[in-house]
Design a binder for this molecule. Structure first.
Ligand SMILES: NC(=O)c1ccc[n+]([C@@H]2O[C@H](COP(=O)([O-])OP(=O)(O)OC[C@H]3O[C@@H](n4cnc5c(N)ncnc54)[C@H](OP(=O)(O)O)[C@@H]3O)[C@@H](O)[C@H]2O)c1
Length: 324
């Protein structure tokens, strides 16, 4: 077993999550000074993404992600691939997985980064999660399933919702513009949420623990909270006063999602996710039944005070106009 995965290729480095992973990879010159990484980036030929110049970034491959030959060239010589590819391109990972296994990549971190894909009741209920499961099943097959004959292993990082991004994007019922929240059902259903820097840290830590996390999903969570926990924290830190509450049901949200999709508004798919996430009896907070790897990856598991601090940071970010 390699001492660590030295040659790392990142897909989606300027995306919402990818930019956090890239900056965490670059910081390893300080966090893991005796284990230098050689970082390669992969970007679409149509992309307008701009990448930082950094001595650890050895190469940027720009090309057609559906072209096998392009992938063979980009993936050859890599120890680990991290896919932070857009949710709109999840299925493109199938070809990537095949090529990676073929050219001798040792670890493929698939684009999971969300809800628990092993929870079949949950993935069956939400259209977009079915693609995650399809890719996961493909990864299991490519990596040899039970009869391990290939050298590559897959890992998926399950982290629940990206806390900062979902709130600032007006998801989970919270609308920062109008300082209003739609509370679904009781608002007390607990879900897992993670700070994006924690998700990036867990992902990058896989490079330095090559003997662990192979052929499995790993579970991290920064906080286990309900909508009402988030609202309480917001009301403590938002200097503009208490948020307005509108009571809704998850059934109402599900119907709105359906209608939006019928009208061609893909935000309806997001409604569908939250309608299921906040319904009782499905998609239970995974920290209750899965082993979290927070501790072994050096990621804190936040308590109430830390949560309030994170929410304070999100309010400040909103006030500074950093997101829509
Ligand atoms: N847990 C959560 O709350 C949550 C929320 C959102 C996303 N996620 C997950 O996190 C991962 C990354 O998502 P993200 O939101 O960070 O991705 P993103 O910002 O939408 O896209 C990441 C990158 O993917 C590349 N890409 C390849 N094909 C593309 C296509 N057809 N359309 C657009 N971009 C394409 C682009 O890089 P180039 O321009 O360099 O090619 C893009 O910058 C996914 O697995 C997603 O499911 C989780």
């Amino acid at each position: 077993m390699a001492e660590y995965f030295k040659n790392v290729l990142l897909i989606g480095a300027t995306g919402d999550l990818g930019q956090h992973i890239l900056s965490t990879l670059l910081k390893t010159t300080t966090t893991h000074p005796s284990q230098p990484l050689t970082i390669t980036l992969l970007t679409r030929s149509t992309s307008t993404a701009k990448f930082p110049a950094h001595p650890s970034i050895a190469r940027i491959h720009k090309g057609d992600i559906k072209d096998r030959e392009f992938l063979v060239t980009a993936f050859s010589g890599q120890d680990m691939i991290i896919s932070a590819i857009s949710p709109y391109a999840l299925l493109d990972q199938k070809l990537m997985l095949s090529v990676a296994a073929e050219v001798g990549v040792k670890r493929f971190v698939v684009g999971e980064f969300g809800m628990d894909t092993r929870d079949e009741e949950l993935t069956d209920s939400v259209a977009v999660f079915k693609q995650n499961r399809e890719v996961l099943e493909y990864a299991v097959g490519v990596c040899g399933g039970d009869s391990k004959t290939v050298g590559m292993e897959y890992t998926g990082v399950i982290c629940g919702a990206f806390l900062e991004m979902t709130l600032l994007d007006g998801e989970m019922g919270f609308e920062f513009g109008g300082r209003e929240v739609e509370i679904y059902d009781s608002g007390r259903k607990k879900i897992e949420v993670s700070r994006m820097e924690d998700v990036a840290r867990a992902t990058v830590e896989i490079c330095f623990q090559p003997g662990r996390y192979g052929d499995q999903l790993v579970y991290i969570s920064s906080f286990t909270v309900s909508q009402r926990d988030i609202l309480d924290a917001l009301n403590k830190v938002d200097k503009k006063g208490p948020w307005k509450v509108v009571e809704r049901t998850t059934e109402w949200l599900k119907e709105r999602g359906k209608k939006r999709v019928e009208e061609g508004d893909m935000m309806g798919l997001v409604d569908e996710i939250w309608a299921v996430a906040f319904s009782d009896g499905i998609g239970e907070a995974f920290s209750r039944k899965r082993k979290l790897v927070n501790e072994e990856m050096g990621i804190g598991r936040g308590g109430d005070e830390e949560f309030i601090e994170v929410i304070k940071g999100i309010v400040e970010e909103w006030e500074a106009g950093r997101r829509k």
